[in-house]
Design a protein around this ligand. Structure first.
Ligand code: CTP
Ligand code: CA
Length: 225
């Protein structure tokens, strides 16, 4: 879409976007987290509002200002994010999982701060798996025709890894980023290939996260029934 000529092709649609990164608490002062800034998810929320959608943004630890016109709910951990996304997805036409969800969380939460002791080795950190929200949403569509979009940051054989992940997750579109210097985390720009379950492959050149967001909405709008 050219700037200034935005069409309301998402009018009457409810879209859910998750953004940011989950934090899995270890004790009252520590957590396991990741470097996701939330900027790509916020760009998706802003552009969806501009295209006429009702937008629910599920924000995990972003610290970013609420995008105008979006309903923002927050989630700290993967389990909280799952709860909010599943709730919002109940009447959604589209769910986009742009958030970086921690794969694991500490097996136990220490109610008191963990202290080191002189002469003792650090204790091992036991982890357990978090729920896979994208796979769950994809497998149990809350309404017929609901579209589900995932993200993946990959290295090495980026496209093959992306294809395998798309199949494993069961989503309709997977936005694959190659991770490297300058790309993805915390920057204003992004470059990606959007893979479709229908076999399509849409490269999006390096550019503003808003431009990638609009390309994603183009692909979504073309698939909405
Ligand atoms: N995702 C999710 N729930 C999880 C992990 C990931 O919903 N517990 C979603 C992310 O929001 C993203 C997509 O799945 O949209 C891919 O995340 P990624 O971490 O690349 O996938 P994983 O299956 O965790 O694979 P990997 O082992 O490569 O991390
Ligand atoms: Ca992961």
């Amino acid at each position: 879409l050219a700037r200034g000529t935005t069409v309301a092709d998402l009018a009457g649609r409810h879209v859910v976007v998750s953004a940011g990164g989950t934090r899995e608490p270890l004790d009252p002062v520590r957590f396991l987290g990741n470097r996701s800034s939330g900027k790509q998810g916020y760009a998706l929320a802003r552009t969806a509002v501009a295209r006429g959608a009702r937008v629910t943004l599920v924000a995990a630890n972003t610290g970013l200002p609420d995008p105008a016109g979006a309903d923002v709910v927050t989630a700290g951990t993967a389990e909280q994010l799952r709860e909010q996304v599943v709730k919002a997805a109940a009447d959604a036409d589209v769910v986009v999982m742009a958030a970086a969800v921690a794969d694991f969380r500490p097996a136990a939460y220490a109610a008191g701060k963990i202290k080191k002791k002189d002469g003792e080795e650090p204790p091992p950190l036991a982890l357990v798996r978090n729920p896979d929200i994208l796979a769950e949403i994809s497998a149990h569509r809350a309404r017929p025709g609901q579209l589900v979009v995932g993200f993946a940051a990959e290295t090495d054989d980026v496209l093959a890894n992306g294809r395998a992940k798309l199949a494993r997750k069961g989503c309709d579109l997977l936005v694959v980023n190659e991770v490297g210097e300058r790309k993805a985390f915390g920057t204003e720009e992004n470059e990606a290939v959007v893979l479709g379950a229908d076999g399509s492959e849409t490269p999006v050149p390096y550019g503003p996260k808003e431009a990638l967001a609009d390309r994603i909405w183009d692909l979504v709008a073309a698939r909405l029934v």
